[in-house]
Design a protein around this ligand. Structure first.
Ligand code: P6P
Length: 339
């Protein structure tokens, strides 16, 4: 008897869910499908990075003052071109573009959504073959359809996201997304070119034994963070301490491991960077949405829920504490002592 292989694909799951989505009428499903197409295009390049002349800097610098890696530029173009083709999106705020990218063709002017994206997060790891990722966040526009989207369409609180997700280009390529109905993961099956369902309604462990932070910045951390790191390193059999320190330097990879196994990721404010490093619109908000949908928490380390922060500019940075609920609460406990 020949076994039939029919995995549930991303498109099937999106369509199943779209009926539960108040105003999708298929547009959101199309948007997510086009994001998946762009992800497959990026995946193909990322997997060959060492073989073709695509690694290394693209000898220009982005607004963050960071060397744009060639794959950054390629990934940015891949997502913009693939998503613009849908005519559903009015524009994009990207880590790689100083200003919002407005689509002014007739179809896109009536687009109901806008996208915030980090097309290739952790790109400095590309040359050393460490997992990198793409992170996206989708909002309904609040400006009048039929006109060009405006900056206000992008500066909405994270609670207004209609969908968010990431692709992790690792030992396997996975897409993890949410539309507010739980966090769902898919794994790319290269033999059929489809993202196939891996896990529905992911539940992040409430506790974990991994803390992720760049301890190279230790001397610049707030005292509460220093105290928390020492807490993680103290011996306490009842609470499985000392914990393990795991830090890849690629947000998507660090977050994905902690989402699956439990753990807390911390990129706090420091003396030199009082707003931290990570960007609210296209790193912290989408990751926070996914974390909360999986039972986790995401704050700025000072009791403010990431998703409730009102953005003031598209490249705004915020301090970021995200992951297992009880571990985020413990970080907050230490930080509160010095509030
Ligand atoms: P640091 C990558 O540049 C990134 O934006 C995240 O992916 C990652 O978590 C963080 O920066 C790493 O920053 O300062 O520890 O190298």
């Amino acid at each position: 008897m020949v076994q039939s292989y029919h995995p549930q694909t991303l498109n099937e799951i999106i369509i199943q869910n779209q009926s539960a989505f108040p105003y999708a009428k298929g547009e959101l499903s199309q948007l997510l499908s086009h994001i998946a197409v762009a992800a497959k295009i990026v995946n193909k390049k990322v997997n060959k990075a060492g073989l073709v002349d695509i690694t290394g800097a693209a000898d220009n610098v982005n607004i963050q003052g960071e060397n744009q890696q060639k794959l950054d530029v390629f990934a940015n173009n891949a997502f913009i071109q693939s998503i613009k083709a849908t005519g559903i999106l009015g524009g994009i705020a990207s880590e790689e573009d100083d200003e919002i990218v407005i689509f002014d063709d007739d179809l896109s002017l009536n687009g109901k959504y806008v996208l915030c994206i980090d097309p290739l997060d952790g790109s400095s790891n590309i040359d050393v073959n460490v997992s990198v990722g793409s992170i996206f966040s989708i909002y309904r526009r609040i400006s009048t359809p039929g006109t060009k989207v405006e900056i206000g369409d992008f500066l909405q609180e994270g609670t207004k996201q209609v969908a968010a997700g990431y692709i992790i280009y690792g030992s396997s390529t996975m897409l993890v997304y949410t539309t507010g109905l739980g966090t769902t993961s898919f794994t790319l099956d290269p033999s059929i070119g489809e993202f196939c369902l891996t896990e529905k309604f992911m539940e992040s462990p409430k506790d974990g034994v991994v803390y992720s932070i760049n301890e190279g910045n230790y001397v610049k951390f707030p005292q509460g963070i220093k105290d928390y790191i020492k807490y993680c390193q103290e011996v306490d059999k009842d609470t499985n301490r000392p914990y393990s320190s795991r830090y890849i330097g690629s947000l998507v990879a660090d977050f994905h491991r902690n989402l699956m196994k439990g753990g807390v990721f911390i990129y706090p404010k420091t003396l030199s960077n009082p707003s931290g490093k990570l960007r609210l619109l296209y790193e912290c908000n989408p990751i926070a949405f996914l974390a909360e949908q999986a039972g986790g928490l995401a704050t700025d380390g000072e009791g403010n829920r990431i998703l409730e922060i009102k953005p003031t500019n598209i490249h705004q940075r915020v301090p970021f504490v995200v992951g297992s609920k009880n571990m985020v609460l413990k970080v907050e406990e230490f930080m509160k002592k010095y509030k």
